[in-house]
Design a protein around this ligand. Structure first.
Ligand code: LHQ
Length: 263
């Protein structure tokens, strides 16, 4: 499959997936969903990929669903939006959360609707200072989807989650950083380079271990302390059998830089 609505490349362990319908602020239509799905399949299948970087082309990151695809003509039967979620958005969110590697999201501009919640399914979110997050759903009679009702209260607390979801106000990248919604806000001109250098750094690290960190932290909020201690025991057992653990300790003892392979 050649891609028309995304830009996709793999270089030195970093997969770069950039949403590319800039005239529609990278809103999702069926084709873009299919292309993103195919790119994520390649990421999963290519053993050389150790980090995924998700971003967008143009002045926006993603304006969510392409509403031109989901408008309801007068007198027409109501669409089944649950089906859209089941078929497109839910698998995307699950796929990002379950990908066994760090996923960086570089939010290059406005992120609205599902486009505001897709970054929250990623692991490290950077945003350009001019970017903003809008839970636009309430303005068209919908509720936040793409995991928003799950991620928002966990990241910013219930009070702020309800205000974001019910008011649909624009949240600046700086405020998003202050609230703990995202990891870091950076100058616009520096965003792509900062995100790429973070991705390249992570790709040189023990990425098998990083995937286990992701798994354990993702499970944390749904576990009791006892369950989480058991999970740490089980995952540390796996980590301890890895090449990278052996190499990390050997390099430390020999006072030399470690060469990690991601397994
Ligand atoms: C768009 C869109 C867009 C099409 C900008 N669609 N063209 C899941 C399941 C199934 C169905 C329903 O939804 C969902 C999940 C969702 O994501 S629902 C939420 C959908 N998204 C929105 O409601 C956001 C709609 N967009 C906006 O509110 C504004 O465009 C924002 C605040 C994002 C940006 O505002 P501006 O910077 O002023 O840009 P603009 O509004 O002028 O947009 C630029 C162009 O992009 C414009 O086209 P045009 O031909 O006039 O230049 C917009 O029509 C187009 N565009 N979002 N979602």
């Amino acid at each position: 499959m050649t891609f028309a609505t995304i830009v996709f490349s793999i270089d030195n362990g970093v997969a770069l997936l950039s949403l590319n319908r800039p005239e529609q602020l990278n809103s999702f239509n069926g084709q873009m969903h299919a292309e993103v799905r195919e790119a994520l399949k390649r990421v999963r299948q290519d053993a050389s990929v150790r980090v995924l970087l998700l971003t967008g082309e143009g002045r926006g990151f993603c304006a969510g669903q392409d509403l031109a695809d989901r408008s309801v003509a007068p007198g027409a039967e109501a669409p089944d939006l649950g089906q859209s979620l089941e078929q497109f958005y839910n698998p995307l969110i699950r796929s990002l959360r379950e990908l066994p590697m760090p996923v960086i999201c570089a939010v290059n501009g406005v992120a609205a609707g599902a486009g505001a919640n897709i970054p929250l399914a990623c692991d490290l979110v950077l945003a350009a200072r001019s970017a903003s997050f809008i839970q636009a759903f309430c303005k068209i009679g919908l509720l936040p989807d793409s995991g928003g009702t799950w991620s928002l209260p966990r990241l910013v607390g219930v009070a702020r989650a309800k205000a974001l979801a019910m008011l649909g106000n624009r949240l600046s990248a700086e405020q998003a950083e202050q609230w703990g919604l995202i990891y870091r806000c950076v100058d616009d001109a520096a965003l792509r380079d900062e995100a790429l250098s973070l991705a390249r750094h992570l790709a040189s690290q023990p990425t098998y271990g990083l995937a286990l960190i992701k798994r354990s932290l993702n499970a944390s909020f749904d576990n009791t302390l006892d369950q989480q201690l058991d999970l740490e025991r089980d995952l540390q057992r796996l980590a301890g059998r890895s090449h990278d653990y052996r190499e990390g300790v050997a390099a430390f003892m020999e006072k030399r830089p470690a060469v990690f392979k991601g397994n």
